[in-house]
Design a binder for this molecule. Structure first.
Ligand code: ZN
Length: 310
């Protein structure tokens, strides 16, 4: 069974700006500082709750300012983060004093963007979690996890078919465009929307991978055996699925849903304490074995990062 969202990965420009926003303003903990395994000259930054539990993880590839993206069709166009009931006034104030623009999205949600334009929602609700994070936000107001994502695709029917008939998602509401991986789970919602035809016919409405856009969304599977079953099942259904990739903190397979959005299925174990103790998560630059021999060159090339103080 797919039990929820595992993580969302997006593309950022400057790693320090990214760190200031997510660990500083939003109060998530930097749980891992490593490099892009496919491009070790750039960072891969992971944020989450105190332990980086699945469902709380946002990860970023800070590519630098030279690769702007465009939000549009064929992408995850919004990522919602859950905050405790009654905490939105705290967030309105916190964002306002920092000059971060936001708009009200109904009675219990705020819509905002990160420094690179990535679209986020903060939504109030009853969510599990201990409010642990970077410590810049008091636990009673802290972000609990990724409550949902919005997929924008040209033909919602095909994407919905994959979610419901193959991946086992169930409709959450009556209009049939919001689904959850596991009924009643907190960090498990996927909404599927399209755009009006006149906009969809405009090629510029198509999303462009780059800074300020989501690269992929990962869903949770409990272990390697379950992942193998999903790999076989998706292949039987005609999907081109990657082999199992060892991402060190989890194991992953990737495939594109019919609307073009990259999906990943990631295992819950082993987690971020695999290579540094829980109390030191995110402190050291962690390199996979194949890059360890280049550590001094990589460290000289990667910009130094300073933890935000606020
Ligand atoms: Zn991923």
């Amino acid at each position: 069974m797919i039990t929820g969202i595992h993580h969302v990965t997006a593309i950022a420009s400057d790693p320090q700006l990214n760190l200031n926003f997510y660990a500083g303003v939003l109060g998530l903990r930097l749980v891992k500082k490593t490099v892009n395994f496919d491009d070790p000259g750039t960072y891969h930054l992971y944020y989450g709750d105190g332990l980086g539990r699945p469902g709380t993880i946002l990860t970023f590839f800070p590519y630098g300012p030279g690769s702007p993206g465009r939000v549009g069709i064929g992408q995850v166009t919004e990522t919602a983060l859950g905050v405790p009931k009654g905490s939105l006034d705290y967030w309105r104030e916190r964002l306002a004093v920092r000059g971060i623009e936001f708009t009200e999205a109904g009675a219990d949600a705020l819509r905002l963007a990160d420094p690179d334009g990535l679209r986020l929602t903060l939504e109030e609700g009853e969510y599990p979690g201990d409010g642990s994070g970077s410590g810049t936000v008091p636990p009673e107001f802290a972000i609990r996890g990724i409550t949902g994502v919005v997929l924008t695709v040209r033909d919602v029917k095909l994407t919905i078919h994959l979610l419901t008939e193959i991946m086992g998602f169930t409709p959450q509401n009556e209009n049939g465009q919001v689904f959850e991986a596991k009924p009643g789970a907190s960090f498990a919602r996927v909404a599927v929307i399209d755009l009006p035809e006149e906009l969809a016919a405009n090629p510029r409405a198509r999303g462009l991978n780059g800074v300020g856009t989501v690269h992929h969304v990962a869903f949770r599977v409990p272990n390697d055996a379950a992942q193998e079953e999903w790999l076989a099942k998706l292949q039987t259904q005609g999907f081109h699925v990657s082999p199992v990739m060892d991402r060190f903190y989890f194991h992953s397979i990737y495939y594109r849903e019919p609307g073009g959005i990259l999906f990943e299925l990631a295992t819950d174990p082993p987690g971020f304490a695999a290579d540094e103790p829980a109390e030191k998560l995110g402190e050291g630059l962690k390199l996979p074995e194949q890059y360890e021999k280049f550590r001094s060159e990589l460290e000289a090339h990667l910009p130094p990062l300073k933890m935000p103080q606020e």
